[in-house]
Design a binder for this molecule. Sequence first.
Ligand SMILES: O=C[C@H](O)COP(=O)(O)O
Length: 266
Amino acid sequence: MAAVTGGGRTPLIAGNWKMNLDHLQAVAFVQKLHWTLKDAAHEDGSVEVAVFPPFTDIRTVQTLLDADKIPFALGAQDLSTKDAGAYTGEVSGAFLAKLSARYVIIGHSERREYHHEGDEIVAEKVQAALRHGLVPVICVGETAADLEEFGAAAVPVGQLEKALDGVPADADIVVAYEPVWAIGSGQAATPQQAQDVCAKLREVIGQKLGADAAERTRVLYGGSVKSGNIASFMREPDVDGALVGGASLLVDEFAAIIRYQKHVGV
Ligand SMILES: O=C[C@H](O)COP(=O)(O)O
């Protein structure tokens, strides 16, 4: 089955569990999701599925994925700017890499808002991820007030420019456009809004890292993605997948999102 995004990029459907599902619930969830998806496209690699459990679940989920040969990638929701040392409560990228985490979310709006993480910290975390061979999923997006004052693209474009400072041209990264007003609100962006901003973010990648990086880097949309709207986003040429919050906690709903190709008609 063909990928539907531009440039031959493999679509990525990523489930950010946020602070939900303890390690026992995580095992039941992953087993059920895998079982539900037995016939789905992710089994042949045409859609990549990634789950982002809380830190305390990661070891358990990693063991399950390995033992049952479940083809989901594993990610963390955050990491420290530091690699080791006297930083109480922090988790190093080195530790995540040892647990076979492939991805790490950086700059999520909930980190920016509740933990006061600005663009400098985000850029440091991107460097920390790359130091340990992790793929940063760099989140950018405008608030409702930003949208009114500057339009949709200005803030995410500025955030991404800063996050990419010092990133080498050959770095493996993912960018997620998440308008803050669309997160958990049930009010998703329109596919055209998502496309417009994702295309601008791809331009930024091109300016900062070069044309090859712009062509190969996946740009996701996030914010109230559901099974009922995923196909409309995935039809857009610059939307290469989704970063899903609430709907990634419901097995049948998340499985239906992963199976979006059935609705796209490719
Ligand atoms: O990381 C995921 C986003 O915050 C989207 O969350 P949501 O799908 O619940 O709107």
